[in-house]
Every structure is written in C-alpha cells, then in structure tokens.
Write a protein that binds this ligand. Structure first.
Ligand code: CP3
Length: 420
C-alpha cells in the first residue's frame, strides 16, 4: 500500500490535502492511487456487490452534501450525521445487543453492516459511520480488552512502566483486524451509493490514555505522569501508536470508506503548551501518513484552547465540542478548513421547540459558509429520546436549505473568490 513518507517538519494544513481531495473527487482508479489489487471481500457475493456499488457509487457519493462540505464546496442543505448514531437510544440496537455481546457484534461483518445501515436509513442522515469501536486496535497491540456491563472498556494489564512500551506488538491490521475491513466492504455494498461511509480511529494521545489508565479516567494522572517523567518512553509510545494507527486508517480507506474521523476525545486534559510539545508532532505524523483522497475530520472534546494547534496537526475539518461558539471557533481557525459540530447532546432531552431554536442558532453562526457539517459536540447519550434525534436531522435539512436558497449573501461571511 502506498503511504507518504513521514516528515514531521512538513506543514500539513488543510490546504495541500484539500487540493488533493479536489483532484481525487472524480473517479479515482486504484492504479492511479498507487494501490495494488483490492483484497477479497468477506465472500464472493459481497465482493461483487461492493465492486458494483463502487462503480455506481463513486460519482454518487462524491456529489453528496457531506463530501462537498468536506471539500469546502457549497451545498443545497447542511449535511448532518451524529456521533454514536448507531447505539443504545435506538430500539433495534438494544434488541440486537440483548442477544449479542458488544465485541462479538463488532466482529460480525453482517451485523455491523445491519446496525450501520439501519441507523443511517432511519435517521435520514447524510453519512454513515462504520459501527466499530475506538479500542479494537488494543488487542493486536497485545493487550486484553473487555467491556463489562455498563462499565465501559477495561484494558489488561495497563501499560504503566516505560519498559512496557517495548512489549507492544506491531500491528498488521489487515491480518489482525480483518473482520473490520470485511465489515467495511459489506457495509459499503449494502449502503445507498449516495451516502458516504465514514471510518474512524483514535489519535495517539487518546489511545495512549486508554492503554495507560487501563480504561476511562477522571484526571489522566498515570498518562500524564508517564509523559512528564520519561520523555523517551513517551516518544517511543506515541511514535509506535502513530505508525500503527495510520496503517489502520489506510486499510479502512482501502476497504472502502470515503472519509475518516480521528478522535482525540480526551486531549482536552492538556493545556496548549503541553499539547504542542507532547501530542501535536505525533498526531501530525499519523495524519501525514494517511493516504490522500479521503477527507479527515479531527475531533476532540474540551479543546477550546487547542483548536489552532489541532489545525496545525492536520485535518480538513475540525470537530468541535459544545463548549465553544461555532462562529468564534471557525473565525479563529481561519480559511481553508471546515468545522463540524456542535449541538450539546443534552439539548436533545428538551422539547422540540427548544431543539429547533438551538439548531437555528448554530446554523446562523455557520452563516452558510461552505464547509459546515452539523453534528453534536459529543456522542448521543444512551437514553436520548429517539423521536428528537429524527426531528433534529429533519430540522437541520429544513432550516439550512431555507437559508442556503435565500438569494442574499450572508452578512457574517464574505466568500473568498473561487479559484477555477
Ligand atoms: O458513532 C457511531 O455510531 C459508531 C460507533 C462508535 C462506537 N464507539 C460504538 C460504541 C464509535 C465512533 C465509537 C468511538 C469510541 N469508542 C470513542 C470515541 C468517541 C467519543 O465519544 O469521543 C471512545 C472513547 C470509545 C471507547 C468506548 N467504547 C467507551 C468509553 C465505551 C463505553 C461507553 C458507553 O457508552 O457505554 C464504548 C462502548 C461502545 N462503543 C458502545 C457503542 C455503541 C456501547 C456498547 C454497548 O452497546 O453497550
């Protein structure tokens, strides 16, 4: 597989990648992308269907609102998808989970496809996200992963001593995570060709935090202690994770996702100076090694003070949480980058008039500027009222198409001259 040589000094910025995305937005042959033959799918039928889907699909998904927004092109209505759109707030998902444990579900390509496609169809969102988990890569790294009932992930044994870093395995994702790539091929074949499929991965810091803490954490004290105490071990760990994660992402693109979201969910526990010192070089290293052609959404929470530095690390779109005002954040980020967000997920517990007013407020802040993808500031919570989620998607489409079809130029945003 062709990957760019890692160069930590090269500026990543959205601009260079955006040019490549534009070039690649037409039919991109595997040959022209420097790729070898695509590996066989999880069955001859799935492979054929996936192939047919790809042929019909390329043009269809490239014209989607979601991919247009990723390329910062104008759209007829603001695209929306929701983090954790396939999950426990949905009855179909709960019924399935009553029969199948979570990790078993992640490892069954047919069920993954069913869960992913059902959520996208029922909500009428503009993109599907492959049903998987951030931590699937923990097993091939050589640690044990389990999900205990209602407790979240537990990783054993946690990586605490600097010497533990040397014990991490190298990851050959196509071998050890074949089920995920089969699931992507299956899902791409089953999904409407007009709907892009999003793949995802952790960023090195957030993955490191799970490995070191052994699960979730309130203060990340083990992670930060290792980081502050032993710079050499930290660097070795982050470089190892950056390399494994970029391979993991590239194999997802190769299997058929059209875009990738990278989650640095817990990086907000650091201030800007520590982010630049201990995180940015490795996130940049990972993102620079991602093959061109699939836009990258770079997401984190608690990142109000980190946004400019996160942009420097890379990504075509910055995913923002609900603790910043969207217009102010986008203004700070400047030209050449899109923004995804940022409705507080808890707003969905209020009545629909309130949800509508908060939705309108975010669309007003985006002001029709090309490159806005509507999403929540973080994932849907398990007991969110289902009907409000469906209503939100319809509201975003209705309110934004009304705004975007208005003939006047939005006041808050002066469109830059279009390059031919
Ligand atoms: O968004 C989607 O619909 C795709 C699926 C998806 C899941 N996890 C399914 C899941 C995605 C994108 C993730 C990412 C993920 N996983 C993150 C980053 C996301 C973020 O919120 O920033 C993290 C930190 C994880 C690790 C993880 N997996 C945790 C902390 C938990 C437990 C929390 C919980 O809600 O129970 C999981 C389990 C998990 N991953 C569930 C789902 C639907 C719930 C499992 C169940 O059915 O019981």
């Amino acid at each position: 597989m062709a990957r760019k040589v890692i160069n930590m000094t090269e500026p990543t910025g959205g601009d260079a990648r955006r040019e490549i995305l534009k070039k690649n937005s037409g039919v991109r042959s595997r040959k022209s992308a420097g790729l070898g033959p695509r590996p066989a799918a999880g069955g001859a039928g799935a492979d054929q269907a996936a192939k047919a889907g790809r042929e019909v699909g390329r043009a269809a998904w490239n014209d989607s609102r979601f991919l247009k927004a990723c390329r910062l092109e104008p759209v007829d209505a603001t695209p929306i998808w929701l983090m954790r759109q396939a999950g426990r707030y949905m009855k179909e998902y709960r019924d399935l989970r009553a029969r199948v444990p979570f990790l078993e579900l992640c490892k069954n390509p047919d069920l993954v496809s069913e869960v992913t496609v059902t959520a996208a169809q029922k909500l009428n969102v503009d993109a599907a996200i492959i049903f998987a988990d951030l931590l699937l890569i923990v097993e091939p790294l050589g640690l044990h992963l389990e999900y205990s009932q209602g407790e979240g992930p537990v990783i054993k044994p946690p990586l605490r001593a600097p010497a533990d870093v040397d014990r991490l395995h190298d990851v050959h994702p196509e071998q050890s995570l074949g089920y995920l790539y089969d699931a992507i091929r299956r899902t791409r074949a089953d999904l409407d060709a007009r709907i892009p499929l999003i793949g995802f991965a952790a960023c090195p810091f957030t993955l490191a935090s799970y490995l070191i803490e052994g699960g979730g954490s309130r203060n990340y004290r083990h992670t930060k202690a290792l980081m502050y105490r032993d710079r050499g071990a930290w660097r070795a760990l982050m470089e190892h994770l950056a390399r494994c994660l970029s391979k993991y992402i590239n194999a997802q693109i190769d299997a058929g996702v059209q875009a990738v979201q990278v989650f640095d969910t817990w990086v907000g526990c650091l201030g800007p100076a520590d982010y630049r010192d201990y995180v940015l070089p490795y996130t940049r290293m990972m993102l620079q090694a991602v093959m061109p052609g699939a836009p990258i959404i770079h997401f984190g929470t608690g990142t109000a003070m980190l946004l400019e530095a996160m942009r420097e690390a890379g990504g075509n779109i910055l995913g923002i949480d609900s603790h910043v005002e969207l217009d102010e954040a986008w203004g700070r980020l400047g030209e050449g980058v899109g923004v995804q967000g940022n409705l507080d997920p808890v707003v969905l517990y209020a009545d629909q008039a309130f949800i509508r007013s908060r939705t309108q407020r975010i669309l007003d802040q985006a002001a029709g500027r090309p490159g806005h993808i509507f999403n929540l500031g973080h994932g849907l919570l398990p007991d969110t009222p289902y009907e409000n989620v469906v209503a939100l998607v319809a509201m975003v489409h209705e309110l934004s198409s009304r705004r975007l079809s208005e003939s006047h130029t939005p006041q808050a945003f002066e469109a830059p001259p279009l390059k031919s």
